[in-house]
Unconditional design. Structure first.
Length: 492
């Protein structure tokens, strides 16, 4: 029987809950807004509290006999051509950990692209997995890392035939995409599963002009953040499964190990509604977003000093295999300012926030939620920025090394370094020591330093000069980066 995508089981169950006038003597303690702080009610509105009910013993009965969540997940799987789908209210940071734990365990190897998000590294630490790092393809002119090639994964499997599987991140926050079909073929030729961190790709299944997405390309597990490029709420994530290399019950068990026992029905409703919206109107909505993005990109190209990265910049031999135009990554270096300065100016002077910023770029993300009114405001603000740029201080000098300078040798497993004996040392004396912490420029959230890596002068100069230039390093133990946490010498 064909799936009925006009249905939305979570939303329908919420309607039924209120229609029946249920009275709860259970959490949440705000009791349908009645006990909430009046000012909170005024700011958030009562609709938030009215949608905040228990998943079992509220939205569904105590034994979940209505299969509300299960039916919603089945519809999501059908919409994106997966065998199984699981909802998560803890973001893709949890979902990707569950995926990793379903493939490899303590002291087992997993091939991982070194451009992975910090949540992947957290998974390595928690699970005790031994990473085999696969090098990204590096654009030395633009200082952007693109997903590793299938050939690099094949070479890594040749050197490490005992690796349990592979993990690749695509699309990147810059819109660069890997050849997933080729990477999946490399893995499956060895009967090994492929995990795809597709947090930035929720929209990909819904328009033929977008890059191919993980399930259609043959990946085994795909993790997607519905809140990034979709219209779900923050922390709304799904992970999809297909094939027989990873049992569905195993993945569900690993996710249960990490997930909350108090999931947010509000987030479930956002996931359910997004699926219905995309199943019924996805191609239309994504088509409109692509047309709008093309117009915006062309208009930005007419602003002196600004360059929007396109396919011709990011794709080609040694670079990415495909490209998503919706992130809208703009190089502002010709204006003589950094991306950090540009983002700060737009935030302060035009009440406008960018999704990405680095030493030379900002990201103006376009989704189906935009229209010519919002993009018109964006273009006006960017023109104002270009006019204001000559009056801003020159871009602080950042020492950004090439790929050889950014890579450091792995001296210990991430888990052993993170949990082992450690000390804080002055950053001036940290070169040659083994890091015991993760240090991540954010956004986009790709760690420059991993626990277990032996620190080098180029990376330390990159981070200290970046911090002085406006880089955000939210996970450093010393926010000023005057000291850094390293493994004690006797434990190295």
């Amino acid at each position: 029987m064909a799936a009925d995508h006009t249905r939305a089981p979570v939303l329908e169950a919420l309607v039924a809950y209120h229609r029946q006038g249920r009275l709860a003597f259970s959490p949440p303690g705000h009791k349908q807004a009645r006990g909430a702080d009046p000012q909170v009610r005024e700011v958030l509105g009562d609709a938030v509290f009215l949608g905040d009910v228990l998943a079992s013993g509220g939205l569904d009965d105590r034994l979940t006999r209505g299969r509300v969540l299960e039916r919603a997940e089945e519809l999501m799987a059908d919409a994106v051509h997966a065998d199984h789908t699981f909802f998560s209210t803890c973001g893709s940071s949890l979902s990707v950990k569950a995926a990793m734990l379903s493939v490899a365990g303590p002291h087992e190897k997993l091939l991982v692209g070194r451009d992975a998000h910090k949540s992947v590294v957290s998974g390595l630490i928690l699970a005790g997995i031994e990473p085999v790092w696969v090098e990204p393809r590096w654009d030395t002119e633009r200082h952007i890392a693109h997903p590793p090639s299938a050939e690099k994964f094949a070479k890594a499997f040749e050197i490490h035939p005992d690796a349990k599987g592979a993990l690749v991140t695509t699309p990147t926050p810059y819109g660069a995409c890997a050849d997933l079909r080729a990477i999946a073929d490399v893995c499956h030729a060895r009967s090994r599963p492929l995990i795809v961190d597709e947090a930035w790709g929720a929209h990909l299944p819904f328009h033929p002009d977008l890059p191919s997405w993980a399930m259609d390309a043959g990946a085994d597990i795909c993790v997607t953040s519905i809140h990034k490029m979709g219209s779900g709420l923050e922390q709304g994530s799904v992970f999809h499964l297909q094939g027989d290399l990873i049992p569905a019950e195993l993945l569900k068990m690993r996710a249960d190990l990490l997930g909350t026992t108090s999931p947010s029905v509000l987030l479930y409703a956002g996931l359910d509604g997004w699926r219905r919206q995309m199943a019924l109107r996805g191609e239309e909505l994504m088509g409109g977003a692509l047309e709008l993005a093309a117009e915006v990109r062309a208009a930005i190209e007419q602003i002196d000093g600004m360059r929007v990265h396109g396919r011709e910049d990011l794709c080609g031999p040694g670079l990415a295999d495909d490209f998503d135009p919706l992130p809208g990554v703009i190089d502002v270096s010709e204006l003589g300012i950094s991306g950090f300065q540009a983002a700060d100016w737009l935030h302060e002077h035009r009440s406008m926030d960018m999704h990405l910023n680095d030493h030379r770029r900002i990201g103006a993300q376009i989704t189906h939620g935009d229209d010519r009114t919002t993009t018109g405001e964006l273009l006006d603000a960017l023109k104002d920025l270009a006019r204001a740029a000559p009056g801003l201080p020159p871009a602080p000098r950042m020492e950004v090394p090439g790929p050889e300078g950014l890579r450091m040798a792995q001296g210990l497993l991430p888990r052993d370094a993170f949990f082992g004996p450690a000390e804080q040392v002055p950053v001036s004396k940290a070169a040659g020591r083994v890091a015991a912490e993760m240090i991540t420029p954010y956004p986009p959230g790709i760690p420059a330093v991993l626990p277990g890596e032996r620190l080098t002068e180029p990376v330390l100069r990159y981070l200290t000069s970046g911090l002085e230039g406006g880089m955000n390093l939210p996970d450093a133990t010393d926010p000023k980066l005057e000291t850094i946490r390293v493994v004690t010498r006797e434990a190295e």
